[in-house]
Structure formats: C-alpha cells, structure tokens
Design a protein around this ligand. Structure first.
Ligand code: FES
Length: 104
C-alpha cells in the first residue's frame, strides 16, 4: 500500500527523519535529492535510528553503534557488543508531483 508521507521539500538533504506510517516507524532520508526509507527500529534492540547519525549513506545506531546502509537496509556493521544482527527492511519510495509516497 502506498502512503503519502509529505512533500519533497519536507525532507532536507542529509537529514534523517522518523515518520510513522500505519503504526510502523520508518526512517526517511534524502540523499542527493533521492528519498530512501528503511525501518527506523534497530534490529539489535530497537533503538530509533533517526536518533543516530548519518554519514554518506550509512546510518549509525545511537545505542551500540550498529550501522546500516539507508539505501538498501543492509547491515554494514554489527553492534559494538559483537552480536550478529539482521538487515533492516527497506521500503520503496516514489516521488510524484513533489509529493513523497512510501510503499509499506
Ligand atoms: S540497539 Fe542499535 S546497536 Fe544496539
């Protein structure tokens, strides 16, 4: 199902935002003018990735520093605790007439 999450101008380049869609927390990021979305809850212990920091296309979880690629949801680094964690789900994003839709 496609859900409108805002206007393109609502998503500043390089900034992370948490958007709640149908009760699900999504992380939404504008990288180079393209919008990407992955699950906001870290697959380790469910900290909000939106509270972490982003460098390029890699988001770092604020809790134990796991890293994920925001374009694909793929894990880049396990938490500092050393456990092996899963990739994040990623969601298809579409921009039409300057409005942003995410498929959840
Ligand atoms: S909750 Fe994200 S690394 Fe632990």
């Amino acid at each position: 199902m496609e859900v409108k999450i805002g206007k393109l101008s609502d998503f500043t380049e390089g900034k992370m935002q948490k958007v709640i869609v149908n009760g699900k927390d999504l992380l939404v990021v504008n990288i180079g003018g393209t919008i990407y979305s992955i699950d906001d809850l870290c697959t380790h212990e469910e900290c909000s990735l939106a509270d972490g920091f982003i460098r390029g296309e890699v988001v770092t979880c604020p809790c134990h520093l796991a890293q994920f690629n925001v374009k694909t949801g793929k894990k880049v680094a396990n938490p500092a605790t050393g456990v092996n964690i899963a990739d994040e789900s990623s969601f298809k994003v579409k921009v039409e007439n300057n409005e942003v839709f995410v498929e959840v």
